[in-house]
Every structure is written in structure tokens, then in C-alpha cells.
Design a protein around this ligand. Structure first.
Ligand SMILES: C[S@@+](CC[C@H](N)C(=O)[O-])C[C@H]1O[C@@H](n2cnc3c(N)ncnc32)[C@H](O)[C@@H]1O
Length: 227
């Protein structure tokens, strides 16, 4: 499978996404890239603990950078450190064909571009309160420090296409790198994924999905781990 062989298309809310040419798979819902990202990752992830505290976010599957740019847009006055992982980054030509500047209200086009231009593993201060880092590597190959993240956006391709990214061993690694009380949000609501999350220690809840999707999943790392 060539994950870099892809084309841009426009979803139903008018915002761009990408689809893989060799598989029936796209980066966002046909029903709207922006509305999906706002519902799942911003409202149910970033804004879940809206107490103004500093927050460390890990995004698995940076892709178009839409989740990251919307996080910047909705960050408010919080200090945010945002680490994104991506194995198959977009080319600059692909980035320039995305229409977020016109399709997404108040979109931070310049910041979005700077995210894509960020050098692998360099920490880029995008504002005085937003630090961005992108790691260009397969998620499977990355070793994370323990208890580093409050929120994980788990936005990998679906488990039928990439089952290796939805296993107990991957979720164990993610669980370890999350701080107690942290949350993982994902569009995926498959039973086997929820069972894998539970088996490594997460408390798992199903939430209403965005337009066109019945449910999404939020997994909580317990604040106190009982032995
Ligand atoms: C569903 S898309 C992500 C959409 C993205 N969050 C956005 O806002 O555009 C999944 C992403 O995971 C990336 N990916 C696929 N396999 C990967 C792997 N093994 N490790 C890290 N990233 C991978 C793909 O290149 C793609 O960008």
C-alpha cells in the first residue's frame, strides 16, 4: 500500500480532505472534514477539561494538519504543547491545494503552513503559548516518555486497513505515555478497538458522533491506578 498516493477532494461541509488512491479510505468523513474535527477532537478532546490548565497533546496521524490548526485556533489562553506523529507527510504542493483558508472560518493559514514546514523533531513556538513538534516516523517505531500527555488525538486510518495500529501493544504504549486522568479520543467506535483499549486499563465511553456517524470513543486513563 502506497500511503503517499492520494488526492484532495472536498467534503460535504465544503472543507478539503484527502483520499488514498489504492484503498477505500479517506482522511476525514465525507460528511465534512472540519465539522468532524471540531466535534471529535476539539469539543470532546481539547475542550473536555476546560479549566484553563496547561495541556500536552499527542496527535497520532497529523495528516492534513487540520486537527492541529483547529487546536491552535481554539486554544484560548492555555499553554499548549502539541506533538504530532506522521509517517507519510504531505508534500507542500498537496498542502497548498487544501482549501481551509477559505472554507474554515477564522482559519490560521500561516500557522497551518508553519506546522507543515516544521523540521522533524524541532520544537516550534507558534505563539508565546503554543509549542509544536512533529515527528516524522511510524508510530510503531516511536518510544515515548512515560506520563507526558493529557490528551491524545488517535486519528489513524481505520482498523480494517491498518490493524497493527489498533492493537493492545500500541494502546499499552499510548497508555504509558499518558498522564493519569488523561484522555484519548478517536472517531473509531468498533467493538474490538474498545475492547483493546479496556484491556490495557482505559475506562472507555461512547459518545454521540458528528454528522453521519453514530458514535465516537473517548478513553480515560484512571487518575489513580489500582493494583
Ligand atoms: C485519518 S488520517 C489523519 C487525519 C489527520 N488527523 C488530519 O487532520 O488530516 C491518518 C494519518 O495517519 C498517517 N499514518 C499512516 N500510517 C502511519 C503510521 N504507521 N505511523 C504514523 N502515521 C501513520 C497517514 O499518513 C495519515 O496522515
Amino acid at each position: 500500500m502506497d500511503f503517499s498516493n492520494r488526492q484532495v477532494f472536498v467534503t460535504e461541509d465544503g472543507s478539503s480532505s484527502l483520499r488514498l488512491r489504492e484503498a477505500d479510505e479517506q482522511y476525514h468523513s465525507f460528511h465534512g472534514a472540519c465539522q468532524e474535527s471540531l466535534h471529535i477532537y476539539i469539543q470532546n478532546g481539547l475542550q473536555y477539561r476546560n479549566d484553563g490548565s496547561d495541556i500536552a497533546i499527542l496527535e497520532c496521524g497529523f495528516g492534513t494538519g487540520l486537527n492541529a490548526a483547529l487546536t491552535f485556533q481554539y486554544a484560548g489562553s492555555r499553554n499548549i504543547s502539541y506533538d504530532a506523529v506522521e509517517a507519510y507527510p504531505l508534500t507542500l504542493e498537496e498542502v497548498k491545494t487544501l482549501n481551509y483558508a477559505s472554507a474554515v472560518k477564522d482559519f490560521h493559514t500561516e500557522t497551518h503552513l508553519r506546522m507543515h514546514l516544521a523540521v522533524n523533531q524541532s520544537i516550534v513556538p507558534l505563539s508565546s503559548s503554543f509549542l509544536f513538534k512533529k515527528t516524522i516516523e511510524k508510530l510503531e517505531n516511536i518510544s515515548f516518555e512515560s506520563e507526558s500527555y493529557d490528551v491524545v488525538y488517535y486519528d489513524m486510518f481505520n482498523p480494517d486497513l491498518q490493524p497493527e495500529l489498533w492493537t493492545e501493544s500500541i494502546f499499552e504504549k499510548i497508555f504509558q505515555t499518558m498522564r493519569p486522568g488523561g484522555i484519548l479520543v478517536t472517531y473509531c467506535a468498533k467493538g474490538r478497538v474498545k475492547r483493546a483499549l479496556k484491556s490495557v486499563g482505559f475506562d472507555v465511553e461512547s459518545l454521540p458522533g458528528p454528522a453521519g456517524k453514530r458514535e465516537i470513543t473517548r478513553a480515560h486513563k484512571p487518575s489513580a491506578i489500582s493494583n
